[in-house]
Write a protein that binds this ligand. Structure first.
Ligand code: AVJ
Length: 317
């Protein structure tokens, strides 16, 4: 079993969850940050999403990476510590690790459970590679394990996770990554492209209802962990394309007037009101490069699949 460097004590995570949920349910519009989707069940449901026929990002990015890892390696060179932000199941990572001959691999994820399992699976595939998992909310902190001090770094931020953030927090995050990764660092980042709503909407509202279950799991998690009694069946899943903001949005819409309590606080939501649960920003080529530049990174190369669905960008600090 890999040892996990735990940065957020579980009690601290629970307190942060409670604070975000209570503030978010009380706000207008009501909104809860998307990172709270990823408890164990939520991480499993997200893995199921990545295998859906409608959800093109994961398979497109994985194929791009498999195809282009050699080109990435030629630029990045060997001997770097690879720091993966929001590693989840680390499904895309083997393509990268096999190509670039890294000195160490540091997966950072908020779900410690999931992290341990995927770190162990990777250790089997890369014997001899130091794997140093860090359990943390990288939006808050990203201290590096002592063992990678002095090693040049490659940040790996796949999956278009950056899309969860609006421009200002995305730029903040990119700048903090540049600081944490240090001098001479590079960053390989996945960004989902702007495309037709006819492709985008089904990707976030699939026929099998897995994305709906992922959205509802947030309410179940609130009920489980924050002593809530939200009537989950009174909510509907909604996915919409916000063209002005260039993002997919997910909401939970109340189908009836509902009243419930969470952590001892009472809430009333009228029929038709929504809880905004996720933004997933999409970028065109110039927007992607502008975002990186604003975040302190100089774009070096960009790879896009043949259909123009998804982009991988390599940048240097
Ligand atoms: C993990 C944030 C990249 O925005 O596409 C998938 C999460 N939400 N289906 C995305 C998600 C609904 C996903 N990211």
């Amino acid at each position: 079993m890999a040892d996990i460097v735990a940065l957020d004590r579980p009690s601290a995570t629970l307190a942060a969850f409670r604070a975000d949920v209570l503030a978010g349910l009380g706000a207008r519009p009501r909104a809860i940050p998307a990172r709270w989707f990823y408890d164990r069940r939520g991480s499993e449901l997200f893995e199921a999403i990545t295998r859906l026929p409608e959800y093109y990002p994961t398979r497109t990015e994985t194929a791009l990476l498999a195809e282009r890892a050699g080109e990435v390696a030629a630029i990045v060179g060997p001997g770097r510590a690879v720091i993966e932000f929001g590693s989840g199941s680390s499904a895309k990572t083997p393509h990268l690790l096999a190509a670039i001959a890294p000195a160490a691999y540091v997966p950072i994820d908020i779900s410690g459970d999931f992290l341990r399992q995927s770190a162990d699976a990777l250790a089997g595939r890369f014997p001899g590679l130091p794997i140093l998992p860090v359990e943390a909310d990288f939006l808050k902190a990203m201290p590096m394990p002592a063992a990678v001090a002095g090693l040049p770094r490659l940040g790996f931020f796949p999956g278009s996770t950056i899309g969860n953030l609006g421009a200002a927090p995305a730029v903040d995050l990119l700048r903090r990554m540049a600081d944490a990764l240090g001098e001479g660092a590079m960053l390989l980042i996945g960004m989902d492209r702007v495309k037709a709503p006819e492709i985008l909407i089904p990707a976030y509202d699939d026929a099998a209802g897995v994305t709906a279950a992922f959205n509802f799991n947030l309410l179940h998690r609130i009920n489980r962990e924050l002593d809530g009694d939200i009537p989950v069946a009174a909510f509907r899943h909604r996915a919409l394309w916000n063209d002005w903001a260039a993002r997919m949005e997910m909401h939970l819409v109340a189908a009836d007037d509902v009243a419930f309590t969470v952590a001892g606080r009472s809430f009333e939501i009228a029929a038709g009101e929504t809880i905004h649960t996720e933004n997933s920003h999409k970028y065109g080529p110039r927007g992607a490069r502008l975002l990186l530049a604003a975040g302190g990174w100089t774009p070096l190369r960009e790879w896009v699949d043949g259909e123009g669905l998804f982009a991988l960008l390599l940048a240097e600090a």
